[in-house]
Design a protein around this ligand. Structure first.
Ligand SMILES: [Zn+2]
Length: 480
């Protein structure tokens, strides 16, 4: 986030607030929610081990230079599986036959160079579709094992389903609106979306090769996609732009929810309004401020202003360790109902709020900072619990967690409108810091008053995005 100094027009956060009061008050008699259940885009929330099925068939594919390691086993099964998916989805959705890609190449970016229509594989820790020779290639030496280490086998599936999405896009051509001038970001959004469409098919149990639960399984797919986001401050019109984590996960979710036809319909015109990728504003530097007392004072003011028209007494943020004598503690921030405070552990939040080290995340050397906005979001979520308590909403179920994430998103959006004054304003990269936090197992952003998060990361991210893009009204109607 950024602190803007100096005079200027202060726009109030009116849009967010009156609606919070009305909406939540109106829904307190809504249907009771049972914790952790509900659905994920119409599918049940499932819990089982995700990955290659023990009884998966042996893929019948020619792969140049294939190894016999785990990375290649998963990679080759993925190609066979996405080919199964598209051999049905192309004829049924687009009225065209499916053609497999002409060649497949496995390589080790630290090993000898391999022939490829798109240049050298040496030192290229990547996976890609090459339209010159209609091939899909992947680095089994560095890229795939690194991702598998962090997010398990589904990270390989996610990356290759995306790359194969480019092969499909090439085949669709006109039907996906693809021309020579199509901006990179559109092609990338479509490919993420196609990957989402494929994942739904797997989650529905239609794959011979993979099983994916809609809780941890899908969480690992989203985390993998998040890992390969652009760095904060990239412009969406950059020639190599792939999108923020927010944008990439959104595209994936559209594919998962609405299928590949929706993906093929993505154009610059219709994605532009929702893309969040943008350069840092002048003076933002890296957009991170230190989480100290001063920052918390600014956060209190920002939240008070955002929620003032909820018509309830604002919770007070106090730095006394993140605990609560009379109720459950959810450190590093706890909503304490007995005295209407948000108790924080400033030192722990400051640790969490260290700048994100994107390269280090990949190599494993990151010290674990999630950025200032992650820390702010954790505190904002507990504050939002206090507001919900004030209006009589339920606080201890999955809907309360998702409603909280939605309100944090609405607050984040409200801060973008600030034009001046000594106030917090969201900066490039902040939304990804919130997502980075949301995808942590012990994140508070989509947690209920007891600190229990909704099981599905898919739903957690969607809830925050809903608030961010649509304001607070849907927070109470969708998560009543
Ligand atoms: Zn791509």
């Amino acid at each position: 986030m950024t602190n803007i100094e100096g005079a200027g027009v202060r726009r109030s956060l009116v849009a967010l607030t009156g609606v919070v009061a009305l909406g939540l008050a109106g829904c307190s008699s809504g249907k009771p929610a049972s914790f952790g259940e509900g659905d994920v885009a119409g599918l049940p929330v499932t819990h089982f081990e995700s990955g290659l099925k023990p009884n998966a068939p042996e893929p019948d594919l020619d792969v140049t230079n294939a190894g016999d390691d785990e990375a290649d086993r998963i990679a080759i099964a993925t190609i066979a599986d996405v080919e199964d998916y598209w051999s049905d989805a192309l004829p049924s959705g687009f009225d065209m036959p499916f053609e497999p890609v002409k060649s497949l190449l496995s390589y080790d970016s630290e090993g000898p160079n391999q022939e490829n229509g798109c240049g050298d594989t040496e030192k290229n820790a990547n996976a890609f579709y090459c339209s010159v020779d209609d091939s899909v290639a992947w680095d089994r030496g560095v890229l795939l094992p690194t991702m598998m280490d962090k997010f398990g086998p589904l990270s390989v599936v996610t990356v290759l389903a995306h790359e194969f999405g480019h092969a499909v896009q090439y085949r669709l051509g006109d039907k996906a609106g693809i021309t020579r001038n199509t901006p990179t970001i559109v092609k990338e959004q479509q490919a993420d979306c196609f990957a989402g469409g494929y994942y739904r098919w797997v989650a529905e149990g239609k794959s011979k090769y993979f099983a994916v639960s809609t809780s941890d399984g899908l969480n690992s797919a989203l985390s993998s996609l998040f890992l390969v986001r652009d760095s904060a401050g990239t412009s969406a019109t950059d020639r190599s732009a792939h999108g923020t984590g927010f944008d990439r996960i959104y595209a994936f979710q559209i594919g998962f929810e609405r299928g590949p036809k929706e993906c093929a319909g993505m154009t610059m015109d219709n994605i532009q309004p929702r893309l969040t990728e943008r350069p840092f504003d002048a003076g933002d530097r890296d957009g991170d401020i230190t989480i100290d007392r001063e920052a918390i004072t600014a956060l209190q003011a920002s939240l008070d202003q955002a929620f003032q028209r909820a018509g309830v007494k604002a919770p007070e943020i106090v730095d006394n360790g993140g605990s609560c004598a009379s109720g459950p503690a959810t450190p590093p921030a706890t909503y304490c109902a007995s005295d209407n405070t948000v108790s924080i552990d400033l030192a722990a939040l400051s640790e969490l709020g260290q700048p994100v080290d994107q390269e280090g995340e990949f190599s494993g050397s990151s010290r674990g900072g999630h950025g200032d906005f992650a820390a702010f979001s954790e505190v904002a979520s507990r504050y939002a619990i206090g507001i919900q308590k004030g209006v009589g909403a339920s606080l201890d179920n999955a809907n309360a967690g998702l409603r909280t994430a939605c309100l944090v998103g609405a607050w984040a959006a409200a801060t973008t409108h600030l034009q001046g004054g000594d106030q917090l304003r969201i900066s490039a990269g902040d939304l990804d810091e919130a997502i980075s936090d949301l995808l942590r197992p012990d994140s508070l952003v989509a947690a209920d008053v007891n600190g229990t998060s909704a099981a599905s990361g898919f739903n957690r991210v969607e809830a925050m995005r809903t608030g961010y893009l649509e304001g607070s009204q849907p927070c109470s109607t969708q998560y009543g």
